[in-house]
Design a protein around this ligand. Structure first.
Ligand SMILES: [Zn+2]
Length: 475
């Protein structure tokens, strides 16, 4: 049985793992690469396998770096099943359609500019991720991909093919996120178990449940996004969040929250809802300036059975955890532009890493003001505008303008959808000494290597940090 690493190797994006049992060929995730030019370019490379020969894709969750290349697979002849939970399917629809739309728009804008010989688009210009590129896929490709989905619940063992059994477990990362367990019969008649962690959530998150622990495996493929650090506690994070909201209101500055449409936004709304309903803050206007996040929030409202107890209890009391007095859903671009005159308000907008979308306009309008607060609630990939701001660059380039960063910059790690080093080690320890090998993926190179050597010495298990397209024979 072969296992090939086709993404998220020594980097955090592009998750894609190929398994060939001899009789059954499948992927776990087929996500897009995001970030620096040379990483983003990998989306245009041919797959190191034949998409038409694939039997299935097991999708751990709906983040773009896990599902973003599925429509490309379909375009190139893949006609098997895409297996996921129901929320993953619904959220992937939103994420993929949004991407197709964005790519088309960027490409048209760029083509028009070139035709008019206005000026060439500077590739380093923020917010032009797809500029100068032919779209990777269209809305039709996304529709064709959606037709291939097959839905399963957590916890059900399924014989997907003779000799291949799988089960999804709750990864506690975003709504519907799953870890994948596979039992595969070898030619010699022995059964080997491989576990893919997907992205592992932070225990104690409010909406999603805690990540499941798995007791046994022969091979584990484990993410390590935050393998080098410990998050601040939830309580500390909430106190900091509250202090920022109060200060901004007092100084009539705005709070900008670049947020991923799926999960981060709902977690942030959830906490503000509690502040407002419990009268800890009053009279604060909050603008959700992201039609995509509004759509994702509707999906969250559809699946309360996937919630943790905290969120379910609120619902039972009759409180909608994602709605409160003062919250305004901003739909049209016109309405978004009108926010420019607002003072002392909260604006939540995408994209989460400031690589495009409405947040870029808000940054342009407010980052130079010293009473502005920017709150980062999710991971910022190297090479993105968000990362440059988090890294405290004094000056940034936004939509062709050089801007001084005078705003207060805060990183609220307690909102992270990923477990930290302690959580990851805890999760891996639950396997005991059963694994023959642990593969570390989904982390920047230095972090993957550091975390890998910690695990090796702590558990005494062989660890590998695969390189892109590296292949392993699993015995
Ligand atoms: Zn994720």
């Amino acid at each position: 049985m072969k296992l090939k690493f086709c993404g998220a190797t020594r980097t955090v994006t592009g998750s894609c793992y190929y398994i060939d049992t001899g009789e059954f060929k499948f992927l776990v995730d087929c996500g897009a690469f995001q970030g620096k030019e040379e990483i983003d370019k990998l989306n245009y490379e041919p797959f190191p396998f034949d998409p038409a020969q694939l039997d299935a894709v097991f999708l751990t969750h709906a983040h773009y770096d896990h599902c973003g290349r599925i429509p490309i697979l379909v375009k190139q002849g893949f006609n098997g099943k895409v297996i996921s939970t129901q929320p993953t399917r619904d959220l992937a629809e939103i994420v993929l359609l949004d991407s197709a739309h964005l790519q088309k728009e960027e490409y048209e804008r760029w083509s028009a500019r070139r035709k008019n010989k206005d000026r060439d688009v500077d590739p380093s210009e923020e917010g032009s991720l797809y500029a100068n590129r032919v779209p990777l896929f269209s809305e039709e490709d996304v529709q064709a991909a959606l037709d291939l989905f097959e839905i399963y619940p957590y916890g059900a063992s399924v014989d997907i093919k003779k000799g291949v059994e799988f089960r999804m477990r709750d990864a506690g990362h975003i709504l519907g996120s799953a870890m994948m367990e596979f039992w595969i019969k070898t030619k010699e008649g022995r059964t080997r178990k491989i576990v893919f962690s997907g992205d592992i959530g932070q225990p104690g998150a409010r909406i999603v449940r805690d990540p499941d622990l798995i007791r046994e495996a022969d091979y584990v493929v484990c993410e390590a996004t935050y393998g080098n650090r410990l998050h601040k506690s939830r309580d500390e994070t909430l106190l900091e969040f509250l202090a920022v909201l109060k200060q901004a209101k007092e100084e009539q500055g705005n709070v900008l929250i670049p947020s991923f449409a799926v999960e981060r936004t709902q977690e942030v709304l959830y906490e503000i809802n509690l502040f407002v309903e419990n009268k800890i803050i009053e009279g604060m206007e909050v603008f959700l300036d992201s039609p995509m996040a509004s759509k994702a929030t509707e999906v969250f409202k559809k699946y309360p059975t996937f919630y943790d107890e905290d969120a379910r209890r609120l619902l039972e009391k009759g409180d909608d955890p994602f709605n409160f007095p003062g919250l305004v859903m901003v739909d049209s671009a016109e309405e978004s532009k009108r926010l420019i005159s607002k003072k002392g308000v909260v604006i939540i907008a995408g994209s989460g890493m400031c690589t495009g979308g409405r947040i870029v306009h808000h940054i342009k309008n407010h980052i130079e003001k010293s009473n502005t607060h920017m709150l980062f609630v999710g991971y910022q990939v190297e090479g993105t505008l968000g990362r440059r701001i988090v890294d405290k660059q004094k000056e940034i380039r936004v939509m062709g303008n050089k801007l001084a960063v005078n705003a207060h910059i805060h990183t609220l790690g307690g909102f992270s959808a990923h477990g930290d080093q302690r959580d990851l080690r805890y999760w891996l320890r639950s396997f005991g000494h059963s694994p023959k090998k642990i593969f570390i993926v989904h982390a920047d190179e230095e972090i993957a290597i550091g975390f890998g050597s910690n695990i090796r010495s702590e558990l005494g298990i062989e660890v590998d940090i695969p390189k892109l397209n590296e292949e392993f024979e699993l015995k």
